[in-house]
Design a protein around this ligand. Structure first.
Ligand SMILES: [Zn+2]
Length: 468
């Protein structure tokens, strides 16, 4: 939503907000489930049961098509190939991929326009913003086929979980990062209804001991078949049930976007009385993976992207060894991303899943461990929802959030050359919209960001004890 639309939404009465959300939902439905969506969905249904070798052969055919397109129409890749004296004939199989350099976030920021296929005019390129929990925002370009394929893969994951996202959708309760309920609102409803997608959207910004009973009243009335959210948010809901000795049975729970810890899974599965189906979707649309009903790891959606795991120097690691996850899109002709380095860690497992699907199995993905914020009014804020204000600001080169007190948050920034005071104002107002006006937000420009005592970078740190 653009800032003007967001301001109009905030000012509207609740029934209008429900209507606006539903209209937005219908718009998304049309974009996601039109065009070649159905064709992709049917192909995915059938391909997953092919043998592993057949799927690899198909992947390599797509890889050759993407590489040929990149060489022909993408100035960045023409240069990379020429410098290395390569032609598309040199990159024909997954084993050849190592001839190409890794593509980093910094490369995309620096060469954004040169990475655009000349077959797509700049004005027609769709763009998506990512931030993840690295605190470094990034914009990537993609085309319609990438959108249809992404939703076809999502829908397949939902089906693995015994649920349906479309045609017709199940009743789904969603607890993710969008600001759907203005913070100034102190009384229920802390949720809105998206009728187009049959979703009860729960605010992730009003979760406090005082408000949780109202959330569960709404959930009991809505009777969702599916809970879908960040592990940290689902955990807050499950913990509340546990503390009261209650359960809230649903058919299935779907989680993503953060590391799902075993202790979270145990409480969530026990309190929602079903299994969880975690998935991982790199926001740059290069890798997707998810659990099937055997829960023997994540299946890589090999028809979507090609996954590699590499060490710090970029060398491919053997099966079973954990390293940095690298992805190559097999669909995005508008901005082919070859060997894109994600911020996440995993391992490709040597075994296949007992379900019989030919898709590779990947270990659970670890994104970095971040802290939840505990605010003065008792609300708990998931680190994932804090990524949203940063996403459009790709003039920021690095960031870090430190909660120093219940009502004080410090944002440390490494600004890029295009960064101005207007960006600071935007950031503060977007954070304030999520944390509340009574939280002091101080933005401090720094030369470098600090690492945690274990030497790892941590994007969100809170010095306030967690109050569940
Ligand atoms: Zn399986």
């Amino acid at each position: 939503m653009n800032p003007l639309a967001a301001a109009a939404y905030r000012a509207a009465p609740i029934w209008t907000q429900n209507l606006l959300l539903s209209l937005y939902g219908w718009k998304l439905e049309r974009e996601r489930y039109g065009g070649r969506y159905q064709e992709f969905r049917e192909r995915l249904e059938q391909q997953q049961w092919q043998s592993h070798d057949q799927i690899v052969a198909w992947q390599e055919e797509r890889l050759r098509a993407i590489v040929a397109h990149a060489y022909e129409h993408v100035p960045y890749y023409r240069r990379i190939f020429d410098e290395r004296k390569l032609t598309p004939a040199d990159v024909r199989t997954t084993a050849d991929l190592g001839k190409l350099p890794l593509l980093t976030k910094a490369d995309i920021r620096q060469h954004f326009d040169d990475l655009r296929s000349r077959t797509v005019p700049a004005a027609r390129l769709k763009t998506g913003h990512t931030s993840g929990t690295t605190g470094t925002p990034l914009t990537v370009g993609y085309d319609d086929a990438t959108v249809w394929m992404t939703y076809a893969v999502f829908d397949r994951h939902y089906q693995w979980a015994g649920a349906s996202l479309a045609n017709p959708p199940d009743r789904i309760a969603v607890a993710r990062g969008n600001v759907i309920v203005p913070l100034a609102q102190r009384r229920p409803p802390f949720w809105r209804m998206n009728r187009a997608q049959n979703q009860l959207m729960l605010s992730s910004f009003h979760l406090s001991k005082a408000n949780l009973p109202a959330y569960f009243e709404a959930l009991r009335e809505f009777r969702p078949a599916v809970m879908d959210g960040y592990p940290s948010t689902l955990y807050v809901l499950a913990k509340y049930l546990q503390n009261r000795g209650e359960t809230f049975p649903v058919r299935t729970v779907i989680s993503s976007s953060e590391t799902l810890y075993d202790f979270q899974r145990a409480v969530i599965e026990e309190r929602f009385c079903c299994r969880m189906f975690d998935y991982y979707a790199a926001a740059e649309r290069v890798v997707f993976s998810g659990e099937c009903d055997r829960h023997e790891g994540h299946h890589v959606a090999m028809e979507y992207g090609l996954a590699e795991v590499v060490d710090e120097s970029g060398q491919p690691l053997p099966a079973g060894t954990e390293g940095r996850l690298v992805g190559t899109s097999l669909h995005n002709m508008a901005m082919p991303l070859l060997r894109y380095v994600t911020s996440d860690w995993s391992a490709i497992e040597p075994h296949r899943c007992s379900c019989g699907r030919g898709l590779q199995v990947m270990a659970d993905v670890t994104t970095k461990a971040e802290d939840l914020l505990t605010l003065a009014d008792g609300r708990l804020i998931s680190p994932s929802v804090l990524t949203h204000p940063f996403k459009p600001l790709d003039c920021i080169e690095g960031s870090q959030i430190v909660q120093t007190a219940r009502d004080a948050v410090e944002v440390r920034l490494i600004p890029g050359p295009a960064y101005t005071d207007a960006h600071t104002r935007h950031l503060v107002s977007e954070l304030q919209a999520r944390l509340g006006d009574d939280v002091r937000i101080e933005v401090r420009m720094v030369e470098a960001l600090e690492n945690a005592p274990n030497g790892k970078f941590k994007w969100v740190t809170s010095h306030v004890p967690l109050g569940v």
